[in-house]
Design a protein around this ligand. Structure first.
Ligand code: FRU
Length: 442
């Protein structure tokens, strides 16, 4: 009796598909007022199989309309991950009159190899024509590896050419092209795995001072420079996000007047007893900020998500015992946002539990959050700010304005006596806000 998109465990403010399995977001592109979300999809079952590109569109990155499958498996293989561009210059020759082609660059996976292919659409991604001379790259022999996949393509303005970042064996390769059909191998960075990304960001909002970010599927990244053919890392590898996130991708073709680097990641969150499986995490904006440790990627939910939440309560300067009393009222909420700032003055480790899970486990002596190294920018105040989103089966946490973030399954799905609860020698809760959450589904 549960209606579509309102089943018992259906995420209510995250995208999930009507039926079947989803994994990586693919072909994230903004075009003519629509944000496209393609994704790895098995339309038939809850398990990973029959990889196709599912398709949804949105005007605000929050409310989604699920359309029919965009790319179906063919005789070259199943449709693995990739990206999309708008070919304004008609470099590939697929344009029709004044209509530029939307070109998808994807991997076809078969039992022997993984090859890079292209397809184009002249009707805003609704129907697709595969290029007759696919594949455009077949590099199995070069790398003696079948792990050659997940092309991410963008237009490199200074050099007037296309750039592709491609997972090849043990890292990310860079290829260039004038026409999306013929590609030249340029360089390779080791130490990454699957779903490459490469983009430029201003530091602290200063467009005169930029750096490039390269990442792989797991949430680790490097910062460096890029000359159109090679990425040169400057520092070690860091995490921008951890936990359930995987295979995140950022939007291309966002207007310069907007200028944001918007990302959607796959949430590896099992959806028990539901006709669908997995979900997308909240869209976030990625920024570079200088910190005492150097320049780092910050990730925070995009401003469009604010419309989903209404603040119902706010308290300031409570002891955690009092805060826990206040939170009792919300123990059975399965869709809620909680913002808090707490101070570790009387405890060396402290945190926040939800439904019996340690959602925040902050260890001041070891400088870790949930076991991962984290050193707040302001060490003297010993304050930690968290923005926590709970949506049926998932929990997302953004620490200190997106300096670090992570996601996890929400277990168990039933009410739990422990509810939401601060722990750690009656610490100071400087701020506590509770928000109700709206559904994105009709
Ligand atoms: C990452 C990944 C990609 C691949 C796709 C297949 O989750 O393994 O490397 O293209 O999923 O579904």
């Amino acid at each position: 009796q549960d209606s579509l998109y309102h089943e018992k465990n259906r995420p209510q403010f995250h995208f999930s598909t009507r039926r079947g399995w989803i994994n990586d977001p693919n072909g994230l592109i903004f075009y003519e007022g629509e944000y496209h979300l393609f994704y790895q999809h098995n339309p038939y079952e809850r398990e990973w199989e029959n990889m196709s590109w599912g398709h949804a569109v949105s005007k605000d990155l929050v409310h989604w309309d699920e359309l029919s499958v965009a790319l179906h498996p063919d005789n070259l293989g199943t449709m693995f991950s990739g990206s999309a561009v708008i070919d304004y210059g008609n470099t590939a020759g697929f344009n029709k009159g004044n209509t530029p082609a939307m070109v998808a660059i994807y991997t076809a996976d078969n039992s022997d190899r993984e090859i890079q292919c292209i397809a184009y659409s002249l009707d805003k991604g609704r129907t697709w024509t595969k290029y007759a001379k696919n594949p455009v790259i077949d590099s199995k022999e070069k790398w003696n590896s079948r792990d050659t996949r997940d092309p991410k393509v963008f237009w490199y303005k200074p050099g007037k050419h296309w750039v592709m970042v491609l997972n090849e064996r043990d890292g990310h390769s860079i290829y260039t092209s004038k026409n999306l059909k013929e590609w030249n191998y340029e360089s390779h960075v080791t130490g990454f795995w699957e779903c490459p990304e490469l983009f430029e960001l201003p530091i602290d909002g200063n467009k005169e001072n930029t750096k490039w970010v390269m990442y792989g599927a797991s949430g680790t990244y490097m910062i460096g420079s890029f000359d159109g053919k090679a990425f040169t890392p400057e520092a070690g590898k860091f995490f921008y996000s951890a936990g359930s996130i995987y295979a995140a991708q950022t939007y291309t073709n966002i207007p310069e007047s907007d200028g944001r680097r918007i990302q959607i990641g796959w949430g590896r969150i099992a959806q028990p007893d539901m006709p669908f499986n997995n979900m997308m995490l909240l869209p976030t904006e990625l920024k570079l900020h200088s910190t005492k440790n150097g320049v780092r990627v910050f990730s925070t939910p995009i401003k469009e998500t604010e419309q989903l939440f209404d603040r119902t309560n706010q308290w300031t300067d409570l002891k955690s015992d009092d805060a826990n009393q206040k939170l009792k009222e919300f123990y059975s909420a399965d869709k809620i946002r909680i913002k808090t700032t707490f101070k570790l003055s009387h405890a060396t480790s402290a945190g926040f539990n939800l439904f019996g899970q340690r959602v925040i486990d902050y260890d001041m002596n070891n400088n870790t959050i949930n076991g991962v190294f984290y050193s707040p920018n302001d060490m003297t105040s010993m304050e930690l700010t968290a923005d926590i989103y709970v949506d049926k089966t998932s929990i997302e946490v953004f620490i200190d304005g997106g300096a670090y973030s992570y996601s996890m399954e929400r277990k168990p799905f039933a009410d739990n006596k422990e509810g939401f609860h601060f722990w750690g020698n009656n610490i100071d809760v400087k701020n506590l806000e509770v928000y109700s959450a709206k559904s994105i589904w009709k």
